[in-house]
Design a protein around this ligand. Structure first.
Ligand code: NAD
Length: 108
């Protein structure tokens, strides 16, 4: 059976990095996407490069990092076209998109 492929956005962050480890240890080929935007948001203290490095060292060939801003639509399209992942976790989407919509609806 071919190795299943997972795409993890925010892969250098707290949750994303643990998702990467979880699936890589269970035989998935994990592709992480992160542009260290956290360092832009929070300054040097928010830098997540150390976590990217940890994943690369700990997971070896099971993990590949892509430096990409997920707001870059052509970039995301090209990456998905290339990787054709079997799965993309939706937890972040549900939290951010659905959560924001709930707040907007409640405000209205
Ligand atoms: N930590 C929690 O307890 C928790 C609980 C529920 C939901 N969440 C949500 O889950 C998501 C991840 O949480 P976290 O704690 O792992 O956050 P985090 O800040 O540790 O990680 C987010 C990662 O996403 C990257 N990133 C941000 N913008 C990006 C962009 N435009 N392109 C590419 N990469 C980008 C950052 O560089 C960072 O490494 C957040 O949206 C958060 O609101 C977190």
């Amino acid at each position: 059976m071919p190795t299943p492929t997972l795409l993890v956005t925010g892969s250098s962050g707290l949750i994303g990095s643990e998702v990467c480890v979880h699936f890589a240890e269970r035989g998935w080929q994990v592709h992480g996407v992160d542009n260290n935007q956290r360092a832009v948001f929070f300054g040097p203290q928010g830098d997540t490069r150390w976590n990217q490095k940890r994943l690369q060292e700990q997971l070896g060939d099971r993990f590949q990092h892509t430096e990409l801003d997920i707001r870059d639509r052509p970039g995301v399209l090209a990456l998905l076209d290339e990787l054709r992942p079997e799965a993309i976790p939706f937890d972040d989407f549900d939290t951010n998109a659905t959560g924001t919509l709930n707040l907007l609806e409640a405000t209205r």
